[in-house]
Ligand binder design. Sequence first.
Ligand code: G16
Length: 544
Amino acid sequence: MSIKVVSTSPFPDQKPGTSGLRKKVTVFQTPNYLENFVQSIFDSLEGFSGQTLVVGGDGRYYNRHAIQVILRMAAANGFGKILVGRGGILSTPAASCIIRKYNAFGGIILSASHNPAGPDDDFGIKYNTGNGGPAPEKITDAIYSITKSINAYKILEANDLDLDRLGETKLGETIVEVIDSVADYAELMGELFDFDRIKTLLASTEFSMCFDGMHAVTGPYAQEILVNRLGAPASALQNCVPLEDFGGGHPDPNLVYAHDLVDVLYGDAAPDFGAASDGDGDRNMILGRKFFVTPSDSLAILAANSHLVPAYKGGLAGIARSMPTSKAADRVAARLGIESYETPTGWKFFGNLLDAGKATLCGEESFGTGSNHVREKDGLWAVLFWLNVLAARQESVETIVKEHWQIYGRNFYSRHDYEGVDSDRANTLVDNLRKNGAALVGQKFGTYEVAFCDDFSYTDPVDGSVSSKQGIRIGFTDDSRIVFRLSGTGTQGATLRLYVESYEPNIAKHSLDPQEALKELIEIADRIAQIKILTGRDRPTVIT
Ligand code: G16
């Protein structure tokens, strides 16, 4: 087997977004497109010769082909060993778990997360460092800079490997080991949670649940953990057979796209607990019977109940949330007497806080929750955390959430997404806010008065790195706020995200519908940003 050096020329559009490079499959199929990006990853790294690389993806269309290319390139570039999930499959949190457990140098994860899959849909690739987490900005910036000047890549001339058989093979000088995709992750979950207590809950005739895998990567993980190890009936799982096109669905666990699960939890004879995970298994949506738990509340509630879970009963070091996530978790941190951190959107910003032992739990409004057990958000982990809390408290999801609001007050929260908007118009909207923001301070809009308006900038408390332009925040004197930012994960046009939050201490008002409670603020957002006029849309694509 010989190493081939292939001449290439740069592509101008390989800048990683919120979570790696996400493009249409057809773009990745452009000759050398994938290879350029992979070589740029390797060229941005130092000291990996002879080290271990973890490779896996969410099983979407193009996963198998991309993995064969990456294996040959990693071998040509001098990795000593490559651990690859069977069939090329690793959920994002499982990949993080395996990088950490086997002290790998890093990992390459193939996924476009919650974006649809198939020949005309999306694909993605990202690099994770040796801590198991997404590469920080200084690495993604370096990768991008290399993509702009790359002129060659290295690849081994070899046949495709059999990825479906466990065990080791040699690829040139490199050992490739196909590993079980689920076992290490399942074992880790068993160490964190009270499996005996959850088993008892799942065996009870008083309790029923439904987990929806959205035909994506979590199916086999849910089967092994929830059914095989915890004894849930097979009927508790739906859409758990992974498909290359996710069954034509949009594997984003929210009230719109996870409609199969919503139908069950809001239907007749609804189970007590429902949950869904996304394309690559790092997101989660939690439902009670006819009851939706917002991701921001979920983070706060898990933190407040963390003493019930074996892994966290010794206490939390701190709680971190992304800036647009509601401040509900901050209230829990304050009561627990621990630090809370506000980071930009993107799980990569939690890495330093977790590594430095400053935060134990992290969460984002975008249906992401996780802890220091890995360095990615983790969908099934959140489901198991909720099951552990339900098993310990013997109360319904709704009761637990409402009791939480009684103690802490309710942070009404909603996100409105305008997907596939013309990019120029979306940029104009954000530029206008940047230009005119300062003049808003002191202005009154109905019952609200603007206290501040800025473009969020974050200084990492561990390494001092600064990330600016992370979202326009408009704060009001009563602590309500409106946030605008453009998504960094879409592949078509721009997605404008509007986040709206207000705090309500009065229990009598807690049962209001969030859209009702936030109505005035939503109208103010439109007035200030001219959303309808600039996007040409009279309503959002998705409301959560
Ligand atoms: C990624 C990031 C998350 C982020 C989410 C949404 O999640 O890892 O940190 O909150 O995208 O980002 P945006 O608002 O820029 O679209 P995932 O699940 O897509 O990997």
